[in-house]
Design a protein around this ligand. Structure first.
Ligand SMILES: CC(C)(COP(=O)(O)OP(=O)(O)OC[C@H]1O[C@@H](n2cnc3c(N)ncnc32)[C@H](O)[C@@H]1OP(=O)(O)O)[C@@H](O)C(=O)NCCC(=O)NCCS
Length: 255
C-alpha cells in the first residue's frame, strides 16, 4: 500500500513544486505525491532549472489550488512556508511543517533555489528513514567494515545497510533487503537511515560502488562519479580495491 503525501505552500510555485518532484523520485511507487497552494501562481522557472540539474523534469507541473485536492485518504501534509494554512478538509491527516526559506522574490538567485532544493531533499531523506514497513524494527550493529543498520522481522534479519567512515567522507555499502521484503520500502528506509546518520556525524560526501542498482541510488541524490576522483582514503578502502568491485559503477552524494 502506498502513502499519500501532499506538499503545500502559498503559491505552489517553487518549494512545494520541488518537494513534489523530489518526493516522487525518492518514494517512487511507494507514495502518491501531490502539491498545491492557497494562492497558486506558476511554476518558478528557476525551480524548474535547478530540478533539471538533478535530472527531474518539472515541465509537466503546474501550480494547483488546494481546492483541487481530494482530501480523502491523505496520510501526510507537509507545509513548507509559515504563511500556508492547512485546509480544513485535510485537518485529519498527519502534519509536518518544514520551514524552508523562500528562494523566490527580490534578489532571487539560482543559488537560493539550489539551497532550498537540497534542504528539501535532506528532509525527505529524514522522512524516508522513518518509513519502515510494519512489523520491521531497526537496530545498529558495529561490524569491522563500519556501522550497520540491521532490519529485523520477528527476530529474523531482513535487511542491512552499512556506513564505512573515512574522515569526513564515507562509503555506503552492503545495502540489501531479503527477497521476501523487496518492494516494501525497506531498501529506501535503510539507505535513508544511513544517510541521516552520515549527516549527523558530519560526513560531507558519501561514495558507493554498485553493479546492480545505480538507478536505485539516484533517488537519494547520488550521481555517477569518476572513480579516479575519489579521496585517497576511499580509493585505499577494501571495497574500492577489491577485484569483485572492479567493474562496479562509482557514485557520490554530497550531504
Ligand atoms: C536494491 C534493494 C536494496 C532495494 O530494496 P527494496 O526494499 O526492494 O526497495 P524499496 O522497496 O525500498 O524500493 C523499491 C523501489 O526501488 C526500485 N528498485 C529496487 N531494486 C532496484 C535496482 N536494483 N535498481 C533500480 N531500482 C531498484 C524498485 O523498482 C522500486 O521502484 P518504485 O518505487 O518506483 O516501484 C534490493 O532490491 C536488494 O537487496 N537487491 C539486491 C542487493 C543489491 O542490489 N543491493 C544494492 C547495492 S550494492
Amino acid at each position: 500500500m502506498s502513502a499519500r503525501l501532499v506538499f503545500l505552500c502559498v503559491a505552489n510555485s517553487a518549494r512545494s513544486q520541488m518537494a513534489e518532484g523530489l518526493a516522487r523520485r525518492l518514494f517512487g511507487g511507494r507514495a502518491v505525491v501531490e502539491s498545491a497552494g492557497s494562492r497558486p501562481s506558476r511554476v518558478n522557472p528557476l525551480a524548474a532549472e535547478v530540478m533539471k540539474e538533478v535530472g527531474i523534469d518539472l515541465s509537466s507541473h503546474r501550480s494547483k489550488s488546494v481546492d483541487e485536492l481530494d482530501p480523502a485518504g491523505v496520510d501526510l501534509v507537509i507545509t513548507l512556508c509559515a504563511e500556508e494554512v492547512c485546509p480544513v478538509g485535510l485537518a485529519g491527516a498527519r502534519r509536518l511543517h518544514w520551514p524552508i526559506p523562500d528562494p523566490a522574490g527580490e534578489g532571487e538567485s539560482v543559488h537560493g533555489f539550489r539551497d532550498a532544493r537540497d534542504e528539501i531533499l535532506r528532509r525527505l531523506i529524514g522522512l524516508a528513514a522513518t518509513m519502515v514497513p510494519v512489523g520491521v524494527t531497526l537496530g545498529l550493529e558495529a561490524r569491522p567494515e563500519g556501522q550497520f543498520v540491521v532490519a529485523r522481522r520477528a527476530g529474523e534479519v531482513v535487511g542491512v545497510a552499512g556506513l564505512e567512515r573515512h574522515g569526513d567522507a564515507a562509503i555506503l555499502r552492503g545495502v540489501e533487503v531479503a527477497p521476501e521484503l523487496r518492494g516494501t520500502g525497506l531498501g529506501i528506509a535503510l539507505t535513508a537511515e544511513r544517510l541521516v546518520a552520515a549527516q549527523g556525524e558530519g560526513v560531507g560526501v558519501v561514495y558507493l560502488l554498485t553493479t546492480t542498482a545505480p538507478m536505485f541510488f539516484l533517488r537519494f541524490g547520488f550521481r555517477p562519479f569518476p572513480r579516479e576522483g575519489v579521496p585517497v582514503s576511499i580509493a585505499a578502502s577494501e571495497q574500492f580495491g577489491s577485484e569483485r568491485c572492479a567493474s562496479a559503477v562509482c557514485m557520490a552524494a554530497e550531504l
